[in-house]
Structure formats: C-alpha cells, structure tokens
Ligand binder design. Structure first.
Ligand code: PLP
Length: 441
C-alpha cells in the first residue's frame, strides 16, 4: 500500500530482539585472523587478552545467523530506538528525480550517531565479565562519545585516545566525553610506547585511527581488568549495527517498498554493514537483486584502490593480521574532516563480500561530499555528519542517473550521524578553505 507518509516508526515492542550475523550465511566465509608472529589462525580464546569474551566469540562466529540482543541492551536501545525511517521528499524535489529516496536516521541517538548501538552492547558484555575499565580510540569523537556514555551507564571507567587532529578540530566532542566522565588523551601521546615511538620520529604527527588503536591496545594489555573496545571494522561491531537494517526492513515494508539500492558511508564498515547486511540476506537466500554501495573518501580509498591482503589493523602491528582491503597499515590519511572515515582498512566481512562481487564501492571527494551534505540540509533540514555526507553524495549520483534514465528506483541510505558538532568543517567549506586530496600509492 502506497502512502504519503514522511516518517515510519516501530513501537518499542517491535525493536529487534536479535542481531543478524551474515557470516553464517556468506557463500565464502571470511578467512581467519592470523597471529601476528606465528601466522597461525586465531581462535576466540586468543582474543580474550584484549577483547571481552563474548565479543571475541561473536567475532569468529560463522555458525549462528541470529544472536540474541541482551535484554539490558535492548532496554537501553529503547531510549532512542526505533530510529525513524524517513522518505526524503525534499531531497527528491531538489534533485527533480523520479527515484524514491529513504534514509534511516541514526543521528537521533543521544550521542548523535549509530555508534551507540555497539558501544552499549560492548560495555554490557564487559560489565558482565567483571571488567572495570575500558579503553578505545576515537577519530572525530563519535565513537569516543558513545563509549563514554555506555561506560557511564554500566558503571565502567573509560579512557579514550582521540586522534590529535580531531582533538584540536572538534573540542566539543572532547567536552562531551569528559562530561560523561571519560578520560580523553590526544594521540599520539607520550603515555604509551607506540605513541612515544611515533612522536620521537615526527613530533608534529597529527595522529590517525591506526595509531590511536595501537595506544589503546597497549593500555588494555598492560592494565589488569581493562578491555579494549573498537567502534568499527570488526565483525562483532557490524553485527550489533544490524539493528539498523533489521528495523529498516520492517519500516520499508510499512512504506510498501523494497530498496533497489542500499547506500552507506564507509570508514571500516559498521554503519554500512548495519544497514546493508539484513537486506543482503534476501539477495543471498531469496533471489532479491538489491545493489549495495559503500561510499568512501577519495583520499582514503581502501575499497576502490586498496589491495586485498592480510594486514594489521593498527600502525604498530599489535593487532592480529586481518584479510581485508587495505591501503597498508602505515598509510597516513589526509586531514579530511570526515574523521570517522580516515582508516586504512576495511572490515573482513565487507572485504570478502566486495571480493565476491556481492557489493560495490565508490570514492567521493571532500568537496563533493560537503556540497551534497549542504544540499541535503537545505532539503531535509538535518545537518549531516561529514562522514554521512559521503553516503548522500553517492545517493545523489544514483538519483541523477535515475533522472537521466527515467527510472523510478528505490534508494535507501543510512544517515549515520548529524554534523552539529562538526560546524568548523562546514565553516571552512563555506569560506572556500577546503580542498580535495589526491590519493597516491
Ligand atoms: C564512525 C562513523 C562512521 C564511519 O564508521 P563505519 O564503521 O564505517 O560506520 C560514519 N559515520 C559516522 C557518523 C560515524 O560516527
């Protein structure tokens, strides 16, 4: 049944009770992570030193397609879920496209992005297992804010290494983390061996997610009762984010439509996987032919220009070797404002899916992304996060192709976060001070 409805909501009862684990249903399962020294395949137990046990098990679970959402986590989801599915009539009009455009608005979470969906789950499992301290890295600060809040609700202490360039460009995210009670350290820092090594060689190093991860892992390893939590890239993070796509599936049904194209911006793959995997399930099992498009920055293009290989997740080489599309673990991304997309590698699941031709990727330049974000803000009223602007740019490209072809396709994208704390970036764009960065190998 077609309606003119603008927003679609689920009742609290209809919030999913399980996450979808696509690993169990992939035609080619991801290859295992390898021990950095011995190169032997790792088992869940091998990850316990750094991650909590439940997340370690979920990381390598290739058996169970459905995993229960613990009731305390689902209860906290109720503070902001279901998030609205919105028909972007305004954007459709602005583009004069026959396409029907929908977005899932994850910016309504208390911390302003999708990141809380996994932070709550990870903090809960840590608490259950008797952990007292958690540590992590953050780029733009969205993940750090989510961790700071989740730690606080579950009574854990949080230490967050924030990439130095973001620490300086986005002081309000630091304030929010501190307000929730977290300790925030700009990275690279002198508080770890990994940070010291970098600063000794390059005192002006602006940091990267890869470096901040090394610092947080080092702290987790050397502190009793402290675990590391990661906001992207890993399989269990994408698993927790599938609550987005599972809700969207029901909401699209309420709208009487099914997506021809599903789009998400891409840093390590968690919000993309979160919206895409539940729909991809129908491609894998019931013959649907939806296209899935990951939108990454042209200056950090691991999916479109990276190599599929075993590589480290961090600069110092502390993490296991992961089979992924990567630009190299020592790649230093340009200082674009989409801090959450400045990462050298792609999640293992997405990497395998891309290799198998089950999804696509596009790279978007910084100026195109901001121009798309501003068009969206004018049409729909919401100022998108600089990361989300990449998805919007990819949506606009699709919608313009629909216009040329006169095709009434249904496009669904994930609005991963709002940009109200990223106004320095918009100021710079409006003043003409932003530029594009070429990727060179
Ligand atoms: C972290 C973040 C991203 C990028 O991370 P993914 O794991 O690729 O989703 C994108 N958008 C927002 C708003 C973020 O906070």
């Amino acid at each position: 049944m077609k309606t003119n409805q603008k927003r679609f909501f689920l009742s609290e009862k209809e919030i999913p009770t399980q996450w979808y684990n696509i690993q169990a249903e992939m035609p080619n399962k991801p290859m295992p992570p390898l021990h950095p020294a011995t190169r032997e395949a790792l088992k869940a137990e091998d990850l316990y030193g750094v991650f909590c046990k439940e997340c370690s098990r979920q990381e390598l679970d290739q058996q169970h397609p459905w995993i229960d959402i613990p009731e305390p986590v689902r209860n906290l989801y109720r503070t902001y879920r279901s998030t609205p599915l919105v028909r972007a009539y305004g954007l459709e009009r602005a583009l004069d496209t026959p396409a029907h455009i929908y977005f899932k608005n994850e910016s309504v979470s208390p911390v302003g992005s999708h990141k809380l969906n996994s932070a709550l789950a990870q903090a809960y499992y840590c608490k259950q297992e008797g952990v007292t301290n958690i540590t992590t890295e953050t780029g733009a600060g969205q993940w750090g804010t989510a961790v700071a809040y989740a730690a606080q609700v579950f009574g854990l202490e949080a230490a967050v290494y924030q990439v130095k360039i973001s620490y300086e460009q986005k002081p309000y995210r630091r304030s929010i983390m501190q307000l929730y009670g977290a300790q925030v350290i700009p990275s690279p820092s002198m508080s770890t061996r990994a940070g010291k090594d970098i600063l000794t060689n390059d005192p002006n190093n602006q940091g990267s997610l890869g470096t901040a991860i090394s610092e947080a892992i080092e702290l987790a390893r050397e502190t009793p009762n402290c675990k590391y939590v990661l906001g992207s890239v890993l399989n269990h993070v994408a698993l927790h984010q599938t609550v987005i796509g599972l809700e969207a599936e029901k909401q699209m049904e309420m709208a009487g439509e099914y997506p021809d194209v599903v789009i998400g911006c891409f840093g390590g793959g968690s919000n993309f996987g979160g919206i895409a995997f539940p729909f991809m399930r129908h491609n894998l099992s019931d013959g649907k032919q939806t296209r899935f498009v990951a939108a990454e920055p042209a200056s950090c293009p691991k999916l479109t220009h990276g190599k599929f290989c075993y590589d480290f997740g961090d600069v110092a080489g502390y993490t296991p070797l992961l089979p992924m599309y990567s630009l190299g673990h020592d790649f230093m991304p340009a200082n674009i404002h989409a801090g959450g997309l400045r990462y050298h590698g792609a999640g293992v699941i997405v990497s395998q899916l891309l290799k198998d031709g089950l999804m696509e990727a596009v790279d978007i330049r910084q100026l195109e992304s901001f121009s798309a974000g501003i068009l969206f803000a004018k049409a729909e009223g919401i100022v998108p996060a600089p990361e989300s602007c990449h998805a919007i740019a990819a949506v606009i490209r699709e919608a313009e192709r629909c216009k040329l072809a006169g095709a009434q396709k249904v496009i669904l994208f994930n609005l991963s976060g709002h940009g109200l704390i990223d106004m320095t970036a918009y100021d710079n764009y409006l003043a003409g001070n932003l530029r594009d960065y070429e990727y060179t190998e």
